[in-house]
Design a protein around this ligand. Structure first.
Ligand code: 3PY
Ligand code: MG
Length: 252
């Protein structure tokens, strides 16, 4: 079973680490750290299908769920991400039930959806070794959509009700921008919108996720009952670690 869906069913908060270095070596290191999931970012990191594939291969033997964020909810891109073997997808900027329905269709072969068919040539099917792939792949997909705009907030219940949408993920940075507070995800108005969104998504019966702003925010969101959250980024760890090391050695 998809590890993300299994984790949601277990009901413990699933902790993730954002992967924005677009690098298979660092992905392999992070995969050994014990996180529930890593998110390989195709929206804001310099990733290509080839770099994503290399990272997926680098973490393949780890018990970590490899999530990928597509740059945009385009069926052609979703098809490629699924073909190379991602099962858990995060789609940015989702704002209506109709858009959510189209995204679900993009993740499923006919007659369930519109995903183009490749089996013997896709890594996802074991290059054809899995005879059940075409019939069963939809069961393994975990489709998560991002709520990160005023319009998205307005459509939470409608989006959450779409069959095949497995979870909703709040993007504080874009939400802040959409609400007129660019660069200020801690602005009270943004925080109030996030608190209300978390509560509404939970009330709608879907797992809710968020990108935590720091460790204190992560603890607070766990207390709020989020099902999954990103608690940091590979870039943040490297930048902080590099600066701290220098400070430690120079300290008298
Ligand atoms: C955002 O904050 O806008 C994101 O997409 C993820 O953190
Ligand atoms: Mg965003």
């Amino acid at each position: 079973m998809n590890r993300m869906k299994q984790g949601f069913a277990e009901g413990r908060p699933l902790l993730g680490l954002w992967q924005a270095l677009a690098n298979s070596y660092t992905a392999e290191i992070c995969a050994g750290a014990g996180y529930d999931w890593l998110c390989f970012d195709g929206e804001h990191a310099p990733n290509t299908l080839q770099t994503l594939l290399a990272q997926l291969q680098a973490v393949a033997t780890s018990p970590v769920e490899a999530m990928a964020r597509v740059p945009v909810g385009d069926p052609a891109i979703i098809k490629q991400y699924l073909d190379i073997g991602f099962k858990t997808l995060l789609v940015p900027m989702v704002e209506s039930a109709e858009q959510a329905e189209r995204l679900v269709a993009a993740t499923r072969f006919p007659p369930r959806g519109i995903r183009g068919v490749a089996s013997a040539t896709s890594r996802a099917s074991g290059f054809g070794a899995n005879p059940d792939y075409l019939a069963t792949q939809h069961e393994e997909v975990c489709l998560i959509v991002q709520i990160e705009s005023r319009a998205g907030l307005g459509a939470i219940e409608a989006i959450a009700a779409v069959e095949g949408i497995d979870a909703l993920f709040i993007g504080p940075a874009d939400l802040a921008g959409s609400l007129g507070h660019l660069g200020q995800p801690r602005h009270p108005e943004v925080q109030a919108a996030i608190a209300s969104a978390i509560q509404r998504i939970r009330a709608a019966g879907k797992p809710v996720g968020i990108f935590a702003l720091d460790t204190a925010d992560a603890r607070a969101r766990i207390a709020d009952g989020v099902a999954f959250l990103s608690i940091g980024t590979d870039i943040g760890l490297l930048a902080r670690g590099a600066a701290e090391l220098l400070r430690d050695v120079l300290r008298d």
